[in-house]
Design a protein around this ligand. Structure first.
Ligand code: UT7
Length: 360
């Protein structure tokens, strides 16, 4: 099965502001090992994850999204009224109906178009494509938020998935910018085998019932090995495709930010793309897998750590349930006018710790 080849040109759009929100509660591997048959050593060596954040019981996805969205608008120096639309990339909405984005828009005090994008862990990449197109069509800024409360759909007693996921939100403000370069994008989907990573029940195929609750099939399940192999293959192929479409090579990539699911996956994709670990940004050790929030959270973290300089070429890749995948090239702060974040514009391409160091 192949996807149609389309002309892929970058769009004159740039990121004018970044925001991030991580819930206060930090859960370490040892915390999980207190109730699950697992260990800090197993989790670190198989995933690179050391800790993750958990939303408080009273927090839902919109609460995380609102905090990140406000931070991104403030960072861009824009008011809510300046924004033409709000997109929320999430696979863990507050409710099945309505979407989460209208709730976020209401909290931000606006009645502009607001809709959810559900492409699981690839949701932010899909949202970036849609937000870029909207920013140009409306000739106005668009607020794109990736927000997830994964811990609400993960069975806390299932060690296969409970150790992987965390909660959080990241946001970007996309602005039309003649100097900007957003793209090319590659997005794809293959829905032939959804059970590789899914919540089997609780939707319209099999609604919640007492039998469902007893079988616990309303929680997310995953065939980890299959997901792992597909994640590496799809993110590598999408990354190579955008580089080729842009007439660039991996040597042109100043910073690579892949979906933060597993350090071994990031390493494998980086190696296959020919990108040195020093040019790869890693947050999975601190955040776990936050699905649609992982890429904007990593982008905000990279900026705050001074790893992004004006004019940098950034490669984003993502992969998730569906299956869905995507990749995008973008130019960071093309005119040097953007805010430097707490890193103060200091660029540091230090190699991140290797898995062996993460294991301590
Ligand atoms: O956003 C996309 C979402 N998902 C992912 O990105 C996940 C992709 N997959 C992965 O990251 C990896 O497949 C995992 C980290 C989930 C698993 O790593 P693995 O090296 O593929 O391990 P495995 O599934 O082959 O399991 C090896 C063993 C099994 O025991 P047996 O059958 O060999 O006796 C598992 O039962 O490890 C066992 N195991 C665990 N042991 C301790 C599975 N989970 C755990 C655990 N602690 N948490």
């Amino acid at each position: 099965m192949s996807s149609a080849k389309r002309r892929m040109r970058p769009s004159p759009v740039s990121i004018a502001g970044l925001g991030a929100y991580l819930p206060e509660k930090v859960v370490t591997n040892d915390d999980l090992a207190a109730t699950l048959d697992t260990s800090d050593e197993w989790i670190r060596s198989r995933t690179g994850i050391a800790q993750r954040h958990y939303a408080a019981p009273e927090q839902a996805t919109s609460d995380l999204a609102i905090a990140a969205g406000k931070a991104a608008l403030a960072d861009a120096g824009l008011a809510t009224d300046d924004v033409a639309a709000i997109l929320v990339a999430t696979t863990t909405p507050d409710h099945a109906v309505p979407g989460t984005a209208p709730l976020v828009a209401a909290a931000l005090g606006t009645e502009v178009a607001a809709l959810d994008v559900n492409a699981a862990c690839s949701g932010f990449l899909y949202g970036l494509r849609m937000g870029t197109a909207l920013a140009i069509a409306e000739d106005a800024p668009v607020l794109l938020i990736g927000a997830e409360t994964m811990t609400r759909i993960v069975d806390p007693t299932d060690r296969n998935v409970a150790i992987l996921f965390g909660d959080g939100a990241g946001a970007v403000v996309l602005v039309p910018d003649a100097a900007g370069s957003m793209g090319p994008f590659v997005l794809g989907a293959d829905g032939r085998d959804p059970s590789m990573l899914w919540t089997e029940t609780g939707g319209t195929r099999t609604p919640v019932s007492s039998a469902v609750l007893e079988a616990r099939t309303h929680y997310m399940t995953m065939r980890g090995g299959d997901v792992y192999r597909n994640a590496v293959t799809r993110m590598t192929a999408a990354g190579l495709e955008v580089l080729e479409a842009a007439g660039r090579t991996s040597a042109d990539v100043d910073l690579f930010i892949g979906h933060q699911a597993n350090l071994r996956i990031l390493d494998a994709v980086g190696q296959r793309l020919g990108i040195d670990a020093a040019h790869t940004h890693v947050t999975v050790d601190q955040h776990g897998n936050t699905s649609g929030a992982s890429v904007p959270l990593a982008l905000a973290d990279a900026r705050d750590r001074g790893r992004l300089a004006p004019g940098d070429t950034v490669l984003l890749t993502a992969f998730g349930a569906g299956l869905t995948w995507g990749a995008c090239l973008l130019t960071w702060d093309p005119t040097g006018a953007g805010s430097a974040g707490s890193g103060g514009g200091r660029v540091d391409r230090r190699a991140r710790p290797a898995v062996s160091e993460v294991q301590q």
